[in-house]
Design a protein around this ligand. Structure first.
Ligand SMILES: *Cc1c(COP(=O)(O)O)cnc(C)c1O
Length: 301
């Protein structure tokens, strides 16, 4: 992993409420790694990229939507490593590419658009994959969001950079739960891993963790009421929280994942979920490029 992890900082947040409650709150700024491959993505992709570099085909295929942090991170890492990358994009080809897809293309990723209907379960559909191999030759396949055991093992590398023994609670936003699985794989006894799903009705976290190779005795605590209506949905309240959080801390957060995580953590600090003496670490999983989908002027950063 040679993109600089040196730039990661641990920012301590201090305010009266935290002082009163005797709680320490820090943010692991994985977003500072790199603009294109920020946050958790570089970790989740680590072993896929290694595997691809060892292969003779040096070609990788992955999947995502028009604003996918995963797609752009993959495109960037592949361009760095001399790997040919293909991105299978959910939905019809638009007249104008989203800023995310335009960036993927600039980085050399070849985009193929497929209808939403065909996209469902595409990454696990053996016939479709065989068809792609006929067209593109052999390749390394990365499921959407890196959602498999290889992705979870990569995500567990996050625990090597955050000195987890210092923290009583480690919090992360949850999309596919691959990052969550990585944290759980290396969690310390007596340490709580807190999951904040950004999708509505995400009731299958235990099944997902099982699929990702996490032992049943390693369970997260789930703060489940902070999806704000569903994936990529947001409210005025969330936007205003993002702005006030930035004013307070000078830390930018993204509207799809990290804003919902921080809102949930603040809410649970207020309602005294965390005991006095807690040492909370929130993982800033990046994704700031997604904020460009908001109208200009919505955010103050
Ligand atoms: C992709 C992403 C996540 C979700 O990670 P999973 O491993 O899919 O749960 C969280 N935060 C950000 C900023 C992301 O881009």
């Amino acid at each position: 992993m040679d993109i600089s992890l040196q730039s990661i900082s641990f920012d301590n947040i201090s305010n009266n409420s935290l002082k009163e409650k005797n709680i320490s709150l820090s943010i692991a700024r994985l977003d500072k790694i790199h603009e294109d491959v920020s946050g958790n993505k570089i970790f989740k992709l680590h072993y896929f990229i290694e595997e691809c570099l060892r292969s003779s085909h040096k070609t990788l295929i992955t999947f995502g939507g028009a604003y996918s942090n995963h797609l752009v991170a993959t495109a960037f890492l592949c361009s760095q490593k001399g790997i040919k990358s293909f991105g299978i994009v959910r939905g019809e080809e638009p007249q104008i590419l989203s800023h995310t897809l335009a960036r993927c293309k600039d980085l050399g990723m070849i985009l193929k658009f497929i209808s939403r209907q065909d996209y469902k379960n595409f990454d696990s559909n053996k016939e479709e994959i065989e068809e792609l191999k006929k067209i593109y030759g052999d390749f390394t396949i990365v499921p959407e969001g890196g959602y498999n055991v290889t992705g979870a093992k990569g995500a567990s590398l996050i625990m090597n950079v955050i000195k987890p023994s210092l923290f009583s609670h480690v919090c992360t936003a949850v999309g596919t739960a691959t990052t969550l699985a990585g944290l759980l794989l290396k969690k310390k006894i007596d340490q709580e891993i807190i999951a904040i799903p950004v999708l509505k009705n995400m009731v299958d976290i235990p099944e997902r963790l099982n699929y990702l190779g996490v032992a049943v005795d390693k369970k997260p605590v789930v703060f489940s009421d902070y999806h704000f209506g569903g994936y990529a949905k947001h409210t005025k309240e969330l936007i205003s929280f993002m702005n006030s959080f930035y004013t307070e801390t000078q830390i930018p957060i993204d509207l799809v994942y990290t804003a919902k995580m921080m809102y949930a953590v603040y809410d649970n600090i207020n309602s005294d979920y965390f005991a006095s003496g807690s040492n909370i670490l929130c993982i800033h999983t990046g994704g700031l490029q997604g904020n460009k989908s908001l109208p200009q002027g919505t955010l103050i950063f």
